[in-house]
Design a protein around this ligand. Structure first.
Ligand SMILES: *Cc1c(COP(=O)(O)O)cnc(C)c1O
Length: 523
């Protein structure tokens, strides 16, 4: 019998969940993703099928008579004509090729891949929000402006800063914005300065944001305890340094305990403190970066406030600032006058603004989701978020430290970094461990980052995972450590379950192979 959809079960398809698979442990992990899929174009030539059964439009409209010939298309060679079901199945199956937060545990360190509650999704889809046009006059957009105003106030309160811009589209653009404001502040004082200090544990976007603003980056070494020490900053700090960029807790998951002292050193020489707020999940409701001495900090709403991480977007990277940077905030700014909300969108009213970063207001859908979460949790819920995120990371740390090398003894906050040192002698590397986790139904953690740790495996469970899921993950990690001892080749030959495995990760991203044919082998 012919199979017109092109779907074919993989010969070696392994069915069932992790719980029933003989090779892997329990824990509610997903497993599978096992079928091939052709391109729609490869479903065969036009066969007259159609996705709709509506009657033709009435009237006497004849396109050949009414439209100029250059707007008429004769037809597209090989354009597939398919039924609705074929198309729906095609895309639904493709959607299952990927691992998502709604399908399984996603312990990607530094990315805070927490679950996005569906209540926030429902609110973001309310027609009044979802269909609001960005060019609506303010009198017709009072609800949306009020929402932006409330989110701006909530974020400022949570972080301990004077004001926040919602405009940046992601964390990296937030950093860029923050450094632009730092530069504008120095320039306004007639002292542009040349350098920014960045610790060696920093995310790559930190030095990039400095370089994009014309600053030279001076890398600071963190101490043996994984922390940045005041003496290191004192030695590097002078009157040509515009700012220091610090992530706290840092990308080792370690709380930077010396911020107050570092702030004193940097401020005494006229510099500012930039806080990379990507790891705010560890501090929510417990401590406020603005109170510690930071002058500016970006949020990553798609990390801390449970808005989806898209395939590169949309994210949202609001930036909070202390009083002295408020005049430099980018446009637009929402202000409240009496009971009305107004959008300040004009440099005349804000002569020192760094200007506009992008079109319109920012990624508004993310604002709705983030405010919904903040209002749903309230202060106590936000505090519990940080406490549970830290507890979960420390639980994994305690349960995995016998099987995997822990490079820093310092207490972890929301994430924990292991290495492949214990497995290396058998030839099994961090890459192999990460790939084998896929067979156990888990998304691999962040690997080979931060750069200061050789063979890093950076695990961030977040507060939204249950103890059962964490235990399942621990079982998987233990099984892999055991297999690395007894069958290292088996670990190195993983993953075996996904449709594609061990692609050249650089080439696969730049030159994706999207075409599949029966019998085709993909390298
Ligand atoms: C994620 C992250 C960033 C960049 O944020 P994006 O929203 O991905 O642009 C910056 N710093 C740290 C520490 C991060 O984890």
């Amino acid at each position: 019998m012919s199979n017109p959809t092109g779907w074919k079960p993989r010969i070696e398809q392994e069915s069932g969940t992790a719980a029933t698979h003989p090779e892997v442990g329990a824990g509610g992990a997903t497993s599978g993703l096992a079928h091939e899929e052709r391109l729609l174009f490869e479903h065969g030539a036009a066969n007259g099928r159609t996705g709709v059964s509506l009657p033709p439009a009435g009237g006497d409209f004849d396109p050949e008579r009414e439209l100029p010939p250059e707007l008429l298309r004769a037809g597209i060679e090989g354009l597939p004509t398919l039924g609705e079901l074929e198309v729906v199945r095609h895309f639904t199956r493709l959607s299952a090729w990927n691992h998502g937060i709604d399908t399984g545990f996603y312990p990607l360190g530094s990315c805070t891949m927490k679950y996005n509650p569906k209540s926030s999704e429902a609110l973001a889809r309310l027609p009044g929000f979802a269909n609001a046009h960005p060019l609506l006059p303010p009198e017709l957009a009072q609800g949306s402006l009020e929402l932006m105003f409330q989110l701006e106030r909530a974020l400022s309160e949570i972080s301990g800063f004077a004001a926040t811009t919602l405009a940046p589209a992601a964390g990296a653009q937030g950093e860029l914005t923050g450094v632009m404001m730092i530069r504008a502040w120095h320039v306004a004082r007639g002292d542009a300065r040349k350098r920014v200090l960045v610790p060696d544990t920093a995310h790559g976007t930190n030095p990039a944001s400095c370089a994009q603003n014309g600053y030279d980056v001076v890398q600071l070494e963190s101490g043996p305890d994984g922390r940045l020490h005041p003496e290191t900053v004192r030695d590097a700090m002078d009157e040509d340094v515009a700012a220091i960029m610090i992530t706290s807790p840092n990308t080792l998951g370690i709380f930077e305990a010396h911020i107050a002292e570092i702030a004193e050193i940097v401020h005494a020489k006229g510099g500012l403190l930039y806080g990379d707020g990507a790891n705010l999940n560890a501090l929510l409701g417990v401590a406020r970066p603005g109170d510690m001495g930071f002058d500016v900090m970006q949020f990553n709403l798609h990390k801390t406030f449970a808005t989806p991480h898209g395939g590169g977007g949309p994210g949202s990277g609001p930036v909070a600032v202390s009083e002295k940077l408020v005049p430099f905030l980018p446009l637009p700014v929402v202000v409240k006058e009496g009971e009305r909300y107004r959008l300040v969108n004009d440099g005349k009213e804000r002569p020192r603004t760094i200007g506009k970063l992008r079109e319109f207001h920012g990624n508004f859908g993310m604002f709705v989701r983030a405010l919904a979460l903040i209002r749903e949790y309230g202060p106590e819920g936000l505090k519990a978020t940080a406490q549970l995120a830290v507890l979960n990371a420390n639980y994994l740390r305690a349960r995995l430290k016998d099987a995997y090398d822990l490079p820093y003894e310092t207490d972890s906050l929301h994430e924990v970094v292991f290495t492949d040192k214990a497995q290396k002698p058998t030839g099994v590397t961090t890459m192999d461990l990460a790939k084998r986790l896929i067979d156990h139904g888990f998304h691999p953690p962040t690997i080979y980052f931060p750069l200061v740790v050789h063979g890093a495996l950076m695990i961030e469970p977040t507060e939204t995972e249950s103890k059962e899921t964490l235990d399942g993950f621990v079982d998987g990690m233990h099984a892999i450590a055991e297999q690395a001892r007894t069958d290292p080749e088996g670990v190195r030959a993983s993953p075996r379950k996904p449709v594609r495995a061990r692609l050249d990760e650089t080439r696969a991203a730049r030159k994706p192979v999207l075409r599949w044919r029966p019998g085709m082998k993909v390298e």
